[in-house]
Ligand binder design. Structure first.
Ligand SMILES: [Zn+2]
Length: 395
C-alpha cells in the first residue's frame, strides 16, 4: 500500500516536472558555464580600419568554428585592423576567416580606437568592411551604459531605477535577437554604451546594488523602454510601434514639468523644410502653410498637414520628425506657427515618449520616491524580479 502511494506521488512529480520543462526554459541565452549572462554590443559598423591593443596576451579564435587560431597573441601596441579580400589582418597577423574572436586573458581589457572595453571582441567581415562586436557580461555592460544614459550625480534611487530598466531592456533584446550577430548597438537605437572608459563610481554602485533585478510582466522579462522627457504624458507604444502592451499604454507625468527639456522651440525656414521633404520624394517647392493635425491621448500629433501649390497633403507626425531631424523636432508633441521668414515649432518633451520618463524619475527621486515606486509608476502591472529565478517562456 505504502509503495503504491510512493509510486503515485513519484508519478505526479514526474508529470509536473515534465509539464514545467515543456512550457518554460531557463534564462540560458548568452549564459556561460559560470552562469554569467553576456550581451553582444555592436560598437562599430562597416568600418575599414581600427586601432586595437590589449593589456595582456590574447587567444584568437575563428568566430564560426570556435577553433583556436593563435594562442597568447601579443597585441600590446596599437595594431591596425584591416579587412582584406578574404581575410582579416590584425597588425602582422593575417586570418583567412570571415570572423575572429579576440579573448584577452585574466579579464584584462582591450583598447579599441582609444576606448577601453571589458570582455572579448568579435571582428566580422561585412560587404563594406567589418563590424566590431564587444561580448561583455551583462553587469559590466550596464556599468558602461548608465553614465551615458543619465547623469551620475542624479539621486541614487533614480540611478537604481535606470539600472533595472536598462537591464530589463538588454535581457529582452538578447532574447529577441539571439539568432542575429549582435543583441544591441551602442547608440540611441538601443541604449548608449561607452565601455569601461565611461564608468562612474555612483552609477556602478547603482548597477551593483540592483544586480540581477529586472522587470517582469506575465512571467517574462519586460522591454523597459525609456526616454529623456515625456513632456507631460508618456506615449502609448501602440501609437508608435503598433504593439499592444498594457504596462506601456502611457501615463500622465506631471513630474518633468520644471525640468530643462520639458519645452523646446525650433525655427526652420520654409525653404529648408521644402528641401528636406524633396530629399524624401515629396513634390514640394513652395510651402505656404503647415498645420499640426489630430493628436493622440498623449497629445502627440498623428499627422502634419502641409500646403504647397494650393494643395494640402499629410505626413505622419513621426515621419515628419524623421524628415526634419529628431535633434530639431525633439518630440512629437508640438505646435507650428508661421512667421514671415520661418516656421516656429514649439513642443514638449524629448524622445519617443514610451516607458520611463528619465527627467520625471529624477524629479520623483528628489521627492524621496524609492526606485521600485518610480518603476511601478511608469510600468504599471510589472514587477521587479530576479532574472536568475525567472524562467523565460519558450518561444
Ligand atoms: Zn515626464
Amino acid at each position: 500500500m505504502l509503495n503504491r502511494k510512493i509510486f503515485q506521488i513519484a508519478l505526479i512529480i514526474l508529470a509536473l516536472v515534465g509539464a514545467f520543462r515543456f512550457f518554460y526554459i531557463p534564462v540560458k541565452i548568452q549564459v556561460d558555464k559560470n552562469n554569467a549572462f553576456f550581451v553582444r554590443v555592436r560598437i562599430l559598423h562597416d568600418v575599414n580600419e581600427l586601432s586595437i591593443s590589449a593589456e595582456k596576451r590574447c587567444n584568437i579564435y575563428d568566430r564560426d568554428s570556435g577553433d583556436l587560431l593563435i594562442r597568447k597573441a601579443s597585441i600590446e601596441k596599437h595594431n591596425e585592423v584591416f579587412s582584406e579580400s578574404s581575410a582579416i589582418r590584425i597588425g602582422e597577423m593575417v586570418f583567412d576567416s570571415l570572423g575572429v574572436r579576440i579573448v584577452p586573458s585574466q579579464r584584462s581589457e582591450l583598447d579599441i580606437n582609444g576606448v577601453f572595453y571589458r570582455g572579448s571582441l568579435e571582428i566580422l567581415k561585412t560587404e563594406k568592411g567589418f563590424d566590431v562586436i564587444n561580448r561583455v557580461e551583462l553587469e559590466d555592460y550596464l556599468k558602461g551604459v548608465l553614465p551615458c544614459e543619465v547623469n551620475c550625480l542624479w539621486p541614487f534611487e533614480m540611478l537604481k531605477a535606470q539600472a533595472v530598466a536598462s537591464r530589463s531592456f538588454a535581457v529582452f533584446e538578447c532574447e529577441r535577437r539571439k539568432n542575429e550577430n549582435y543583441d544591441v548597438t551602442d547608440d540611441t537605437f538601443s541604449q548608449v554604451y561607452g565601455g569601461h572608459g565611461r564608468e562612474k563610481w555612483r552609477t556602478t554602485k547603482a548597477v551593483e546594488v540592483t544586480k540581477n533585478k529586472v522587470l517582469g510582466y506575465r512571467g517574462r522579462v519586460f522591454p523597459a523602454y525609456f526616454h529623456a522627457c515625456c513632456g507631460g504624458h508618456t506615449q502609448d507604444i501602440a501609437c508608435l510601434w503598433g504593439k499592444h502592451l498594457k504596462p506601456l499604454k502611457g501615463v500622465r507625468c506631471p513630474f518633468c514639468r520644471w525640468t530643462p527639456y520639458f519645452r523646446w522651440q525650433a525655427k526652420i525656414s520654409g525653404e529648408e523644410i521644402s528641401e528636406r521633404l524633396q530629399k524624401y520624394g515629396y513634390p514640394v517647392n513652395n510651402i505656404t502653410a503647415i498645420k499640426a493635425g489630430k493628436r493622440d491621448a498623449s497629445d502627440r500629433i498623428k499627422y502634419v498637414s502641409i500646403k504647397s501649390h494650393n494643395q494640402w497633403f499629410e505626413i505622419a507626425g513621426e515621419g515628419f520628425r524623421d524628415i526634419i531631424g529628431r535633434k530639431l523636432l525633439k518630440s512629437g508633441n508640438f505646435n507650428v506657427k508661421k512667421y514671415p521668414f520661418f516656421y516656429l515649432f514649439s513642443g514638449y518633451g524629448w524622445g519617443h515618449g514610451v516607458g520611463m520618463c528619465q527627467w520625471g524619475g529624477f524629479s520623483m527621486a528628489l521627492r524621496r520616491w524609492k526606485y521600485e515606486r518610480i518603476l511601478k509608476y511608469y510600468y504599471p502591472d510589472t514587477e521587479i524580479i530576479n532574472m536568475k529565478e525567472i524562467l523565460l517562456v519558450s518561444q
